[in-house]
Design a protein around this ligand. Sequence first.
Ligand code: SF4
Length: 593
Amino acid sequence: MCIAIVSASSIATHCPYCALQCGIHLLPEPGGLRVEPNAHFPVNKGGLCVKGWSSAAVLTHPDRLRTPLIRQADGTFAPASWDEALQCIASRFSATQRAHGRDAVGVFGGGSLTNEKVYLLGKFARVALGTSNIDYNGRFCMSSAAAAANKAFGIDRGLPFPLADIAEATTILLVGGNPAETMPPIMQYFEAQQRHGGRLIVADPRRTATAQWAGLHLRVRPGTDAALANGLLHVLIRDGLVDDRYIAERTLGFDDARRMAAQYWPERTERITGVPEATIIEVARALGTTPRPMIITARGPEQQAQGVNNVLAFINLALALGAVGRPGSGFGTLTGQGNGQGGREHGQKADQLPGYRSITDPAARAHMAAIWNVPEAEVPGPGRSAFELLDALGTEVRALLVVGSNPVVSAPDASRIERRLASLDTLVVSDFFLSETARLAHVVLPSAQWAEEGGTMTNLEGRVILRRRSQPPPDGVRTDIETLCALAAALGRGAWFRHEREGEVFEELRRATAGGPADYSGITYDKLDAHDGIHWPCPAPDHAGTPRLFADRFPTPTGKARFHATPHRDIADPCSTEYPLRLTTGRVLAQYQ
Ligand code: SF4
């Protein structure tokens, strides 16, 4: 049961940053708000990292934007009224679409937006602008893990089991994740696992804080993750440690994976990965002889050109062990961004409609056309994914609306992205601060922050939680929901966007997701209040949600999960005399993203 109030003036809400979505209390103090951890919220249980402790400070930061800005002929920004800014945007977007077609205006979102904003941004692109070109920064984050889960399991939910299962696992292999620094409160589950006698093995090129803490560290060479997984599968098969019955009854394609794994005998795997042969055998046997094995991946193996292949290789392992769908075991991936999960479910992806539906599915298109009250033929088809969208800026895409993202900093090849953005006819950015991307804009819109608007987020275990509005935005600042509805009206599409508050958007989102893979139709704000969140799918008002997926079947046409052949491929750009350094992605404790 959620304890919403700890004192007359405190508000129970959630940290705005990572996908753990720790429960916090906000308490008023002179000049702003103070953060206290919520000891009763079952995810963080009173734990909080430095990002959460300091999260209220950005609300009162002196550099916050408080008025719309329009770029002048001399290149400087001048303050403008909201009416002036919205009319300016509408007229520039309309002119671009008249001259170059509807797809010439694009939309770029983010993985930290609430589900309501994600949903409304997708609707805005397709119903107000009529463009197919909408995508978001999550494509650079864990899209490869999402694609792999869809291919193998038929659905993508980062952890398809509750966090509590981590504490029950007897052996965990964590690949390319550093939660001791990125989301420290989650470590209480790993600590509990070790107290119960469990073992944690970490594979990571760096000796991270998590690797130092683990019982065994596999210092895998960057870019050789699939080879490591294949080598482990080789030993499991060779030593008779796979779950033959599970493989026969619940999976397809094992023969392909077996043939492929035959080529990764331990000596060869050592040569590729740098992990000693004896250690590979030790880890395979640790996984193959333990009652509840668990495999977790994160950005290490995922943020690579062959990320999907890498994740599928570790899913092969979990399936061969018969671990997926059993309590206290299985396969999962640690989501990073605050709403990285919900952000990829409700329609801000170029190929997707709300509820994790495909935009090419005729039934899904008809369903959404009815919800949006538009002819089905007017719902655009698939557009450009994030990389393709950013690559087309200044050519096929000549105007862009950016909401909740800073691609100049977070997209690969930053200087190229900067040049592309600078070449646009119109760039509009909605943000709290004059970010590196906003500095290039023609129009900047000041946006409300996390504590100044309500809405839902979906954490790394698929738990939908309610983030309460704790205080109004500063004068002159609007929520993105207000902005999108007003901009739709300026574009002549206001009749489709009569959403006063986030609750009205969520009611439409519920209907939109009904029957889809990510079904939120049985979730209400009242239920979220009463139960500390609900795990999707939740298809009916009297449904309690689904903390653990795959108990009996997989949501694939056959009901079975699928193995894949996942050969190791050398990285695309190996070290050379000219480029002798190997760089890899990583995160630090004190900063988000
Ligand atoms: Fe919790 Fe993540 Fe916020 Fe840290 S950043 S307090 S781990 S939600």
